[in-house]
Design a protein around this ligand. Sequence first.
Ligand SMILES: Cc1cc2nc3c(=O)[nH]c(=O)nc-3n(C[C@H](O)[C@H](O)[C@H](O)COP(=O)(O)OP(=O)(O)OC[C@H]3O[C@@H](n4cnc5c(N)ncnc54)[C@H](O)[C@@H]3O)c2cc1C
Length: 406
Amino acid sequence: MIDFELTPQQAQVKEMVHQFAKHVVRPISLQADKDHRIPDDFMLRLSNMRAMMQAGEVPAEYGGEGGGAGEAKDKKGKSQKNRFSLIGGEEMAWGDISVLLSLPGPGLGGPPVQFTGTPEQKQRFFGVFKQPGLHWGAYGLTEPGAGSDVAGIRTACKKDGKHWVINGRKCFITNGGRADWVVVFATVDATKGRAGHRAFVVERGTPGFSCGKIEDKMGICASETAELVLEDCRVPEENLLGGEAHYERGKEGFMAAMKTFDSSRPMVGALGIGIARAAWDYTRDFVKENYVLARPIPRYAQLADTLAKGKRLLDAARLMCWRAAWMADEGVPNAKEASMAKAYAARAAMQVCRDCVQIMGAHGLEQHQFVEKWYRDIKVFDIFEGTGQIQRIVISKRILREAPSF
Ligand SMILES: Cc1cc2nc3c(=O)[nH]c(=O)nc-3n(C[C@H](O)[C@H](O)[C@H](O)COP(=O)(O)OP(=O)(O)OC[C@H]3O[C@@H](n4cnc5c(N)ncnc54)[C@H](O)[C@@H]3O)c2cc1C
């Protein structure tokens, strides 16, 4: 019933992405972090990376990585897309997380278009990525007054003839400033809560749509995080995801926002594991070289014990993420397991990165030693895609809902 072995295709993708991460990505990691940007020519090389990861971000029928491993089926004929994304994602994050988050492609904007868009909308918006050059999509949910409280978004949308007029601000949007389009969540009536939500694709260059400040952050510095401003922004009615009839059922706009998380939360967990595994590998080599081979010291046993604990935490976290991804591939509801995986992996990864800095002592604080960077990079994993507290609320609500009543 349970098989922990990677298929030959999965093992091949893992190895290929790992080699790319090691020899191409890692060498630019520290400089990109210092410069707060990834060079454009490097970005162009990255365009091919998405295909190599076989993440299937752009579905094959809309010009994506068709025929690749991301489209491969398992023994039961089910897609393995989520599992492939996790395997490739962990390796790329091992190389550098900002590079991974900057990969050209629809990014987090992809799932709402895929789940909610009409065939014409998918053709149009995924079609952008077939064009030469660098293209990104983005996901605009968070606002200055609504992060965890997704139902509380205030960005307003109002129908006016054949357009919708949108007013509001979005903040902390990954790749928001350079995206060709952003999925923007707005409300027809804030008093209606979730039932008022609508999801639009707002294209770059739409009158009234602009990029505000680019955030200066403590970690993942080379990944762009932007503020977006919508001022009497007129969006054609064809850009309402799913069309108007889609929202008559009730909370469809909100569901479009939430469904993204079923596949993105296990992925975010896997990325955190990739960073922490990088820190762990680096620290293991440091310990071996400095404490075991060069100057054996009594505290070595305790350091080795801390390394062993890190290994246990990361392996357990990976299994939880893989289970949630497998459920997503199987089409089994996984909101609880996705939140469990994300909550556990983020905490485990933060603990491992903190322990690695500690084990290396003062060297752990040196900027050229990498672990200092990974320690800064990992914190956001307990914040974006829903904070740790929010994941725990999701888990506990589901546990009680599932409990039999007597
Ligand atoms: C680098 C980065 C990239 C991001 N990328 C994107 C993106 O691409 N698109 C996007 O839409 N958003 C993005 N975000 C935003 C991110 O999803 C939010 O920051 C996150 O949801 C938390 O919201 P908040 O920052 O407003 O914190 P708040 O919601 O204000 O939370 C503050 C604190 O209160 C706690 N809290 C809140 N509500 C509760 C509750 N009910 N019970 C217990 N504790 C609670 C939180 O856990 C947290 O500790 C990004 C953020 C960062 C930092």
